[in-house]
Design a protein around this ligand. Structure first.
Ligand code: EPU
Length: 415
């Protein structure tokens, strides 16, 4: 089915394990290209963005096999450095192949990436950093043409801690002479996971997870295995659903420290939360109170990707929750859909005010981006009657099988 059909009103109970993180898997897949190695990634989510990354690797000449959560890539046979527009359009993370292509071949022909529309998403910081490392890059309309006679070490200070620019520059540095020092780097856990993988591949990299990352040399190893870190945003989504619907849910194989700001908000809203080293249990009576204002920030602040799911959880919370979205300029499109269910949400620039209502009523809704789409699913679970969520392909980009997971917890959802 192309749509999800949800009959709301049931509490969620049970325990589920999470798949590996999309936003860790995509840079790791791009990293495989930078080497001639054979790599095996475990817990790789079976989502359309991973399929798109594998299609790019195949196009470039790599041998790729996907089966049961394992993606095996043999990058030794990579033989071309161009990526056609139809592959670039599939996702934003396609731009992460630019750094590895320059590192491996010294040349790249590609186009601007697609991805969820969340406002302007320029790649100027990627290009500026690569130019500083010695790449000549021209941008002609949508087309990017890049070449270098050899990247060199230098210091790059990012004006803002862009996740993608941090990753792209780290990946390009695998092919550079000398040491790259990256200042004001993004500190997301997915970047620490990338460092862990690159060290296994033979890179001399340190500092990931802090604001200063250095990459100073690379002696490729022939075969590497890596288990991708669990998806902290999928974890946050499931917990927001359980908080809103009521019930008791336990997530296993997670690192609660990776989404502690989300746990803080859910706890302020009235949920009881118990964390262990790699598990979290949330209990909720479904009668939430508005948490303190939620302000999205680069990690370790509140993640922008968890803003839509938390907003959905607050639609019936007592009082008014105030959200400030600081990362993207247009990440409230889900709010318009929430109103169709009877929610009281108003937007003023970067700020959204959500006043809890007694009752939401099912209606046909349309997803327009990945996390906003997941938030519509949560809102549908809260509504009385039946909600339909169209354009589920957005949700499939980042959630392996949200229907399977929610049904396992007792939700009445089909799709
Ligand atoms: N920015 C620039 N210039 C650049 C790069 C970024 O101005 O060259 C701006 C962006 O426009 C945005 C801000 O900096 O306003 C942050 O962008 P960033 O580069 O950090 O984000 P990204 O790499 O495009 C990744 C995730 C997103 C997540 C953001 C922020 C991946 C594949 N994507 O995107 O995930 O929201 O970091 O944490 O890692 C999602 O999973 O739904 C998703 C959108």
């Amino acid at each position: 089915m192309d749509i999800f059909c949800i009959r709301g009103g049931t509490p969620l109970h049970g325990r589920i394990a999470l798949h590996g993180a999309k936003n860790a898997a995509l840079p790791l897949l791009a990293a495989t290209l930078a080497t001639g190695a054979r790599c095996e990634l475990h817990d790789c989510p079976d989502i359309s963005d991973v399929t798109a990354a594998c299609a790019i690797l195949r196009h470039l000449g790599c041998a790729v096999e996907q089966h049961g959560g394992i993606v095996a890539v043999d990058a030794g046979s990579a033989c071309r450095s161009d990526i056609p527009a139809e592959l670039m359009r599939k996702m934003r993370a396609a731009v992460l192949f630019l750094g590895p292509l320059l590192a491996r071949f010294g040349t790249a022909e590609l186009s601007l990436p697609g991805g969820c529309v969340l406002g302007a998403r320029p790649i100027d910081l990627h290009l500026r950093g690569l130019r500083r490392m010695g790449a000549e890059i021209t941008l002609d309309g949508e087309h990017i043409s890049a070449r270098t006679d050899g990247l060199h070490g230098c210091t790059v200070a990012l004006p803002l801690p862009s996740v993608g620019a941090t990753e792209n520059l780290i990946l390009a540095a695998l092919g550079c002479r000398g040491t790259l020092t990256l200042c004001n780097a993004a500190r997301e856990p997915e970047i620490a996971d990338l460092q862990c993988y690159l060290r296994k591949l033979g890179a001399d990299i340190s500092g990931a997870g802090t604001s200063t990352v250095t990459v100073g040399g690379f002696r490729p190893r022939p075969f590497v295995e890596h288990t991708i870190m669990p998806d902290r945003i999928v974890a946050a989504t499931i917990l927001c659903a359980a908080a809103a619907c009521g019930g008791e849910v336990e997530l296993q194989d997670v690192d609660p420290a990776h989404f502690s700001t989300v746990l803080d908000s859910l706890s302020e809203a009235g949920c009881a939360i118990i964390t262990a080293a790699s598990a979290v249990r949330l209990t909720s009576d479904g009668q939430l109170t508005a948490p303190r204002p939620v302000v999205t920030q680069p990690y370790p602040g509140f993640p922008t990707d968890a803003q839509p799911p938390l907003m959905a959880a607050c639609l019936r919370a007592k009082g008014t929750t105030v959200f400030t979205e600081n990362i993207f300029t247009n990440r409230y499109r889900h709010a318009e859909e929430f109103r169709r269910l009877g929610a009281a949400v108003s937007i003023e620039g970067r700020v959204a005010y959500v006043t809890g209502v007694e009752r939401l009523t099912g209606a046909p809704l349309t997803a327009s981006d990945l996390r906003g789409g997941a938030a519509l699913v949560i809102a549908g679970l809260l509504a009385q009657g039946t909600a339909y969520i169209g354009r589920r392909e957005y949700i499939d980009r980042g959630y392996e099988d949200i229907v399977r997971d929610l049904r396992a917890l007792g939700a009445r959802i089909k799709g």
